[in-house]
Ligand binder design. Structure first.
Ligand code: AMP
Ligand code: GLY
Length: 418
């Protein structure tokens, strides 16, 4: 039986650990650093997800068969490069391939070279030139800081004053560090997440999901890490999926091979179905969060086989199998999130809940489970259809008793035309 190490500590990593625990090949799972929910299925190892040397030393000492990387920060820190140099099998992209997420301009150049549909753009490192360009274009203007900016690097400016303020932040005041800005055309249409396991030019697609980025019902309020997700998107047809696979994911995988930095992990396409067809809004170099928590429960193939094949650069012997069902998940977040919030509130009733509970930010003080982050827990229900899954998840959430949590009541509203 195999020993696996999962790097990360969120709901995404909990869903990965949960999927691995269903594998017939896996005997022991470690999570570094993990969280209170993950602790039920894995042994927690108190190592930070970016402490590459300590992670490598642990994997060597424990003779870990396979390591799976959750967060982009670990990838950007070079954990995959370091593990491979030490002869360890690891699922995730090299530092160089992770640029598909960490650099907006790199992603744009790969898409341009590979003929992948995306918004037209120009990039700038001088404030005056960027402002002049934006002033001569229609609004809203989409301004993207070129680098990892913890989800805060994208500004949709409605007018010149807003664009000016954002460009000053990004290019003059170095709020994010010295960098470049990608200015791109504003696109419209429903967004969806199309993830795939990618190994060089081989692309194994997952089922689609849709995230809910805004904090409040009706897609109002500030942007968050994601307040809920579901699969079974009625507004995306087979043609869109085939197009996304062939024209986006496959072409990007080939483009990365041609660039000399092949992918060896998850490619996440943040796509939009615009009136002019499916286009790329962004790429991520890892599983989406909260999409992973709704997608992996439907995976019927053994996930260890997939991770191992990609880590070893081998082909999968058969296409991925998915349960013919849908899933819907709701995130319970600390009041105040994504702004400031308090931690340490007791959460009761979790044992009563008949749903998958993926912990995102919890702590176990040996007596009770307490809130320990902005996004705290995600409840996920698998059902025959979205209406059933939605009704069930909202019924089950009522059993969770905590005075400092809130959640959106309208997950999947686009699917219901609400
Ligand atoms: P990103 O971090 O690139 O995913 O951008 C964050 C959010 O900004 C996306 O989920 C979209 O809702 C929005 N966005 C980004 N780029 C565009 C675009 N070109 N047109 C319209 N909305 C966009
Ligand atoms: N759900 C969006 C992301 O993972 O970046």
């Amino acid at each position: 039986m195999k020993k696996v190490l999962v790097i990360g500590s969120g709901g995404r990593e909990h869903a990965i650990v949960d999927a691995l625990s269903r594998s017939s090949k896996v005997g022991k799972i470690y999570a570094a650093p993990g969280n209170a929910g993950i602790a039920a299925q894995a042994e927690l190892v108190p190592i930070k997800d970016t402490d590459v040397e300590a992670l490598k030393a642990f994997a060597l000492k424990e003779k870990i068969d396979l390591t799976v990387v959750g967060p982009e920060a670990s990838l950007a820190a070079g954990v995959v490069d370091a593990f491979r140099a030490a002869g360890l099998d690891i699922f995730g992209h090299t530092k160089s391939a992770t640029r598909i997420e960490s650099s907006k301009e790199f992603a744009k150049v790969i898409m341009e070279k590979s003929g992948v549909p995306t918004a037209a753009y120009r990039s700038f490192d001088k404030y005056e030139e960027a402002l002049e360009y934006v002033a001569g274009r229609p609004f809203p203007a989409v301004l993207k800081y070129d680098g990892l900016a913890a989800g805060k690097g994208v500004v949709i400016a409605e007018n010149l004053a807003e664009a000016d303020a954002a460009l000053r932040d990004m290019l003059l005041d170095s709020a994010f560090g010295k960098g470049r800005v990608v200015v791109e055309d504003f696109l419209t249409g429903p967004e969806f997440s199309f993830m795939a396991f990618v190994n060089g030019s081989d692309v194994y697609p997952m089922i689609l999901a849709q995230d809910h980025k805004r904090a409040y019902d009706g897609d109002k309020g500030p942007n968050t890490g994601g307040m809920g997700a579901y699969t079974g998107l009625p507004f995306i047809d087979e043609g869109d999926v085939a197009f996304g696979l062939k024209e986006v994911l496959k072409k990007t995988a080939d483009g990365m091979v041609a660039e000399g930095c092949p992918l060896s992990g998850v490619l996440y396409g943040g796509l939009m179905k615009t009136p002019a067809g499916v286009k790329v809004i962004e790429f991520n170099a890892r599983f989406g969060d909260p999409e992973t928590e709704v997608v992996l429960p439907l995976l019927e193939s053994d996930i260890y086989d997939i991770f191992e094949a990609v880590a070893k650069g081998e082909k999968l012997s058969e296409p991925l199998k998915w349960a013919p069902k849908v899933s819907l998940g709701v995130v319970l977040a600390s009041k105040g999130y994504p702004g400031s919030y308090e931690k340490g509130y007791e959460i009761k009733g979790l044992d009563e809940v008949d749903a998958r509970l993926y912990h995102m930010g919890t702590k176990n003080d040996n007596v009770t489970i307490k809130t320990n982050g902005g996004r705290v827990i995600m409840a996920v229900v698998v059902g025959d259809d979205l209406a059933a899954a939605r009704a069930k998840v909202y019924e089950e959430i009522k059993k969770i008793n905590c005075s400092n949590l809130f959640y959106r009541k309208d997950i999947a509203h686009i699917a219901f035309n609400e």
